[in-house]
Design a protein around this ligand. Sequence first.
Ligand code: S3P
Length: 186
Amino acid sequence: MDKKQMKEIKQRMRRPIVMIGLMGAGKTRIGMALAKALEIPFYDSDHEIEDAAGMDIPTIFERFGETYFRDGERRVLQRLLDQGLCVVATGGGAVMNAQTAEIIWTRSVCVWLRADLATLVKRTSRTDHRPLLKQGDPGEILGNLIEARYPTYEKADIVVDSFDGPVNELVDDVLEKLHAYLTKHG
Ligand code: S3P
């Protein structure tokens, strides 16, 4: 990405960028580096929900259930997208909620980080904080989520393959596609 293209992105950007994709797709890691490159704030919606609720996600799921979590997720997304230009990493299920999806599709430039099952299994096995992956075999659960969610994720404005490479290369891929998108759509 040369300086001229970067300047054009910054001039044309009118809406916040929202990262979507399954657990382990790299939404936080890549979103954070993207925000740094664009010199705009970064937010992680999962962290914002945890801060607002005063408890972590496994506890929210355990005490109040997924519906309560999705409601908080929608409110957090609404608030973050009201704040002006920024990059927001969502939780993998955010766009599966019709109201949250509507906010994302209409108010942001949405980037889907697409990854294959093996990559997702490998990346998610490194941590232990995802309640949905504790309900059975993580590989099987992620496989089912690919079936259920990828048709919705496909509605994103930009799709980037999240391979297992250096973060700056992935950010460059996002920036190239963002530049092309903004040139076409403004
Ligand atoms: C979820 C993904 C998680 C978190 C919650 C539910 C999902 O976020 O929001 O555990 O439904 O896919 P990450 O995608 O950041 O892991």
